[in-house]
Design a protein around this ligand. Structure first.
Ligand SMILES: *Cc1c(COP(=O)(O)O)cnc(C)c1O
Length: 495
């Protein structure tokens, strides 16, 4: 080791790699001396069940392990530690009671093979959740199976393909506006369709004429994100739906941003045929950290026969999983999806009620507009109009002083806040995308606004300060390009 790292510096805890703590012979347990003859593992177990020695496996005590991981956990920034305004992600605070309910033993210990008869409570919950989501989206049927938003898109687009195929021709293209989420064109390609891009107009909306120009008999439909990645409601959606339907196409609406409209407006009423919901954004499952999610898909009545199997249905003998569906696109996940995530969504919807759900949307939208209006004098707002749950700025004013979106984001860390989404959406040059959500109170939002104004002032008076940020974090600015291109994933003992 060249230089030994400090374990502590005041009460700001540093942490070395667990490998660096290793001392030969240290163990996390101690057992009494054995009173039976010792046998080697190879004398007891077949050879193929034995693993090789793990080279350089750290030898540490129990307290070493506990302190190591506990310290590392305090380095994490999460919604439980502070404001997390990551646009397009809905990083809201979710009530812990829903976590507790989803871990009740009757649910947590249920086994997918225990059969319908012993799963009536679980099936009823899923049946009712699908109904609630259908009601919120204005859809005829909902599958809970997909495990994420992008997985929902794949499922929904497969449904579109199955519908057109059944009608004699799957068609070859899908229209995707430039304000759609990046997963939309990726999904259309994955499903064998060629995405056709249409440009947004000067109001940040998809233009109905632009859609009409490219909508032909060979276009399977349109995939539109609403509210779009500018945080703006696609106000021409009903008209666009008419244009697409007139040529036999279908309308897919990416509803990952439902936090802006639920309880207020329903996609089904706007002519949308397929949509997905992100339970891990809107419906009480924390987003990020790689945990399980769920991306249920809602469809109009003409598409329900194509939904994946199994569907959850109610018959004279109770609730059951139905696999006997000849037009279904088939299975998209093992069993029926991420049950714990569904349960949290169910609890959240039941505890919020229709008024609470509407209030959540309204507060999310109010907060975003409050931020936009408070910062518009200090930051460029490319589409300065009423937004939905998020607002988009750029660094156009600060770049005159050489300060970029990246610098602003880094400087926010010195003010103790997670940066917003950067450089997305792509249609705004050097975008700064802020989504406060409904779970922050006015004081927290005011602190954010004050920090942003302070940074705008620093950018003009002392640009080097902003460009040198962060200075109050454990490490200052890292080389993110190198970290992405040449990550060091393996620790090797230095000679
Ligand atoms: C987050 C998001 C997605 C993707 O959802 P995942 O669960 O991450 O796959 C798709 N579309 C929009 C608009 C989103 O915000």
């Amino acid at each position: 080791m060249k230089e030994k790292r400090k374990y502590m510096e005041g009460l700001v805890q540093e942490e070395c790699l667990i490998f660096e703590r290793s001392r030969d012979g240290k163990r996390a347990f101690s057992l009494p001396k054995s009173d039976v003859p010792r046998k080697e593992p190879s004398q007891i177990l077949p050879n193929e069940m034995l693993r090789d020695e793990i080279k350089d496996f750290p030898e540490v005590s129990e307290v070493d392990v506990v302190r190591h991981f506990t310290r590392l956990s305090t380095w994490n920034y999460g919604v439980d530690t502070g404001f997390y305004p990551l646009g397009s992600c809905t990083m809201k605070y979710n009530p812990k009671v829903n976590e507790n309910l989803s871990r009740l033993p009757g649910f947590a210990l249920a086994h997918p093979y225990q059969g319908d008869k012993l799963s009536q409570g679980a099936l009823r919950m899923m049946y009712e959740l699908a109904k609630f989501l259908a009601e919120i989206g204005g859809m005829a049927g909902v599958t809970l199976a997909p495990a994420a938003g992008a997985h929902g898109e794949l499922t929904g687009t497969a449904v579109i393909r199955a519908y057109h195929t059944k009608n004699g021709n799957p068609r070859t293209k899908i229209i995707v506006p430039d304000s759609a989420h990046g997963t939309n064109p990726a999904t259309t390609s994955t499903c064998g369709y060629t995405p056709i891009e249409v440009k947004s107009n000067e109001h940040g909306c998809t233009d109905a004429y632009a859609v009409a120009e490219v909508m032909t008999d060979d276009v399977a439909g349109i995939m539109i994100t609403n509210p779009n990645t500018l945080g703006i409601f696609e106000e021409n959606i009903a008209e666009i739906a008419k244009i697409v339907h007139a040529k036999g196409g279908l309308v897919y609406c990416d509803g990952a941003n439902l936090n802006a409209v639920m309880g207020v407006a329903r996609f089904g009423d706007m002519g949308v045929d397929v949509m997905h919901y992100n339970l891990h954004k809107t419906f009480s499952t924390p987003h990020g950290g790689g945990g399980p999610g769920a991306g249920p898909v809602g469809v109009a009545s003409k598409l329900t026969p194509f939904l994946p199997i199994p569907t959850i249905e109610k018959g004279p003998d109770g609730y059951y999983l139905n696999e006997d569906r000849p037009d279904s696109i088939g299975r998209v996940i093992s069993f029926y999806g991420n049950f714990g995530v569904m349960l949290k969504a169910y609890c959240w919807i039941r505890s919020m009620g229709p008024e609470g759900i509407r209030a959540a949307s309204e507060n999310a939208v109010l907060s975003a507009n409050y931020i936009r209006a408070s910062l518009r004098k200090h930051f460029d707002v490319p589409y300065d109009r009423l937004c939905k749950h998020e607002c988009v700025f750029s660094d156009a004013k600060q770049s005159a002083h050489g300060v970029t979106t990246m610098d602003i984001a880094k400087r926010l860390m010195d003010y103790g806040m997670h940066p917003p989404t950067n450089y997305f959406p792509l249609i705004v040059h050097h975008a700064i995308m802020v989504e406060p959500t409904e779970s922050e109170d006015k004081a927290a939002i005011d602190r954010y606004i004050e920090a942003m104004i302070a940074i705008a002032e620093e950018a003009a008076s002392d640009p080097d300060l902003v460009k040198g940020a962060p200075t109050k974090t454990k490490l200052s600015r890292l080389d993110e390009v190198q970290a992405a291109r040449n990550p060091i994933l393996n620790w090797k003992k230095e000679e």
